[in-house]
Each structure stands twice: as C-alpha cells, then as structure tokens.
Design a protein around this ligand. Structure first.
Ligand code: 3EB
Length: 339
C-alpha cells in the first residue's frame, strides 16, 4: 500500500500532468466494469471478459465458478450484477473457494454452512481462516468483501449474530489481511439459510484505503457496539482509480442517527457518501459513473428511498434489495462503486 498520494491520483481529478502524472497513468489498471443488467447468464458466461455474474433472490444461475446467487430479495427489477474485466478470464475452484481471474482482477466467492446449534462466530472464523490462507497465496491484493448471512440481528446484546460474526471474523483473519482492512459490506438475509456467503474483489496492485471524516473508523468503535470492533475501511480507491464504497449508513462518529426515520437516515447516509467522495477528491460526485446497491429493512420504504437516490445520484444505476443492516435501528444502507 502506497502512502504517496501522488501515485494514486483519481482519474476524476483534473491533473496538471508532469512526471508524477505519467507515472500514475502507467501504474493504473484498466477499470473493472460493474453493470446491473437483465441478461441471459449463459450468454454472459460464453464471453471471455466476464469475471462474475451475481444474481439476487430467486434468480437461477448455472453452476459455474463465476456465478453466485445471493439470497437477498430484490425489490422491483432483479438485474444481474455483472463484472467485466479485459479478459481472457480463467476460472476454477480451490478447496471450496470459487474464483475467476484475468491479468488485473480476481473475483472469488466462498460459502460456509453454520453448524446447527452453534454460534455464527465459528462459521465466520472458519470462513475467514480459509479465505485468508487462500488470498495469501494469490498474486492479487484484496480490495473489497461482501458478507451476507441470515438473521443478522437475532440474539441480544453481545449474543447478537452480527457481533458474533465480528468476533469470528477477527479470529479467522489474524494477520492475513495485513494492517490495512478492505472495504466491506455486511448485510443480513432473511432466507432462513444458515450459510455465510462472502464474495470479493482483488487486483494485481493494491488499493488505497479511505476513511470518512464524518465517521469514526469502524475498528475504533467503542465497546458499546460489541466486544470486537468491525474491521473494514470506509472505501478503497482501486488501482483502476475507482472508488469501492463500503456499506454506508446513518452513522455519524460512532452513533446511529434518526431512529425510526428512514428519510432522515437516507439523508445522513447521502451526507456520509458525499463526505467520503470529498475525502478522495474535491470534484468527486456520485452520478452516472456510480453503481449502487441499497439495502432496505422495510420493503415499504423502498419507493421513497429509490426516488431520493435517483435525484442525488443522477444517472446512477441502483439495485434495491431487502436486507437487514447490522444495527437494529438502522433502516437503510448503501454500498457501491464509482468510476
Ligand atoms: C457501519 O458503518 C455500518 O462489519 O464489515 C458497514 C460496512 C457496516 C461493513 C462490517 C459493517 C461492516 O458500521 C455497518
């Protein structure tokens, strides 16, 4: 991870040029293109530049390492999330980790069943241990993780499943991710399937972790939120000069804001997203270059949320999913990619 900001100027900056600019361009990977599209999965899999085809809810997908079905129900249209690299893409499976890769980017997915009657932390620990060991042997650097599991808010206090997940994650990841955490999302499904699903993105060059000036870094959250603080970066600036935005909700400092008021929570979330963008580059705005997923706890809130998002992120692609945020009082969360 480079601390030299000039080596990772965002493409979105107006850059004056000069030697450091040329170096940055030479170092930059092509962008990963993530699209939300209604398409025939087998047609996509016939291409040599498709890294991943992710379906949500009841979508059926071929058995292929590039495909993953996540059991979060779409609210409204149910497009596929398709990742396009430059190709040619190779793919395979190593000890339960399904992967695909071209020269620049790796997609991977791992699913671990929870043991009946035992805490979720055990599954999280096993999953992260296997993933960390696998990643350490790969030529690419971890940028981004998405974590989905059932009934995230079940259990009280430190028994809550999200808190148990956080503890298991830390036990399993050990030093394998180094001192810099990836960008991440953790969202609860409601499909009753006791399987922890994680998918992620790695790249030939490392990214640059970005924190949000409006939010305390998650690994510094006080004890009130659980025995093990979450470990993730608010965003990762990718080596392709894209912004990989972690799950973002109505948290300011470490406190949840606007209990019971989804509209105000979304406004706070948008302020957090704007602040994150400003931390990267003063001119950076979400818009037509953005692909967002919005996770909504109460399906009846979806229409208002989508309408507000369309105004704030003009021309952006948005997928609305029914999902539970890790704190019970939070009603909406947004993640995505820009650039
Ligand atoms: C938050 O800001 C909301 O545990 O990896 C968002 C993204 C959240 C990632 C994680 C948690 C995680 O704390 C929740």
């Amino acid at each position: 991870m480079s601390n030299d900001r000039t080596a990772h100027r965002p493409a979105l900056d107006v850059v004056a040029g000069g030697p450091s600019h040329r170096a940055a361009v030479a170092d930059r990977l092509p962008a990963l293109r993530i699209a939300l599209e209604q398409a025939d999965p087998s047609g996509l899999l016939a291409r040599d530049d498709v890294l991943a085809v992710i379906g949500f809810g009841r979508t059926g997908l071929p058995a292929d390492p590039r495909c993953l079905r996540v059991g979060l129900e779409p609210i409204g249209p149910a497009p596929l999330e398709v990742w396009y690299g430059q190709g040619p893409v190779r793919h395979g499976e190593d000890a339960g980790i399904r992967w695909s890769r071209d020269e620049d980017y790796t997609f991977f997915a791992i699913e671990v069943a929870e043991e009946p009657g035992s805490a979720l932390g055990g599954a999280a620990e096993r999953l992260y241990r296997r993933l960390g060991t696998w990643l350490a042997a790969q030529p690419h650097h971890l940028l981004r993780l998405w974590n989905y599991f059932d009934a995230i808010n079940d259990g009280d206090g430190d028994e809550e499943r999200y808190r148990q997940f956080c503890t298991g994650r830390v036990l399993g990841m050990q030093d394998l991710f180094g001192a810099v955490y990836p960008a991440a999302t953790v969202i609860g499904r409601r499909d009753g399937e006791r399987v922890l699903q994680v998918y992620g993105l790695a790249a030939r060059r490392p990214g640059e972790a970005i924190e949000n000036p409006r939010q305390l870094s998650a690994w510094r959250y006080p004890r009130d939120y659980g025995p093990t603080a979450p470990r993730f970066a608010r965003a990762m600036r990718s080596p392709g000069d894209q912004l990989l935005i972690s799950g973002t909700a109505a948290i300011v400092g470490h406190a949840s804001r606007h209990r019971e008021d989804v509209v105000a929570q979304l406004e706070e979330t948008l302020a957090n997203l704007d602040s994150l963008c400003a931390a990267v580059s003063s001119g950076l705005r979400l818009g037509s270059g953005s692909v967002l997923k919005v996770y909504v706890r109460r399906p009846q809130d979806a229409a208002a949320i989508l309408q507000r998002l369309r105004t704030h992120v003009p021309g952006g692609a948005v997928l609305v999913l029914a999902g539970d945020v890790c704190r019970r009082e939070l009603l909406v969360e947004v993640d995505g990619i820009h650039g």
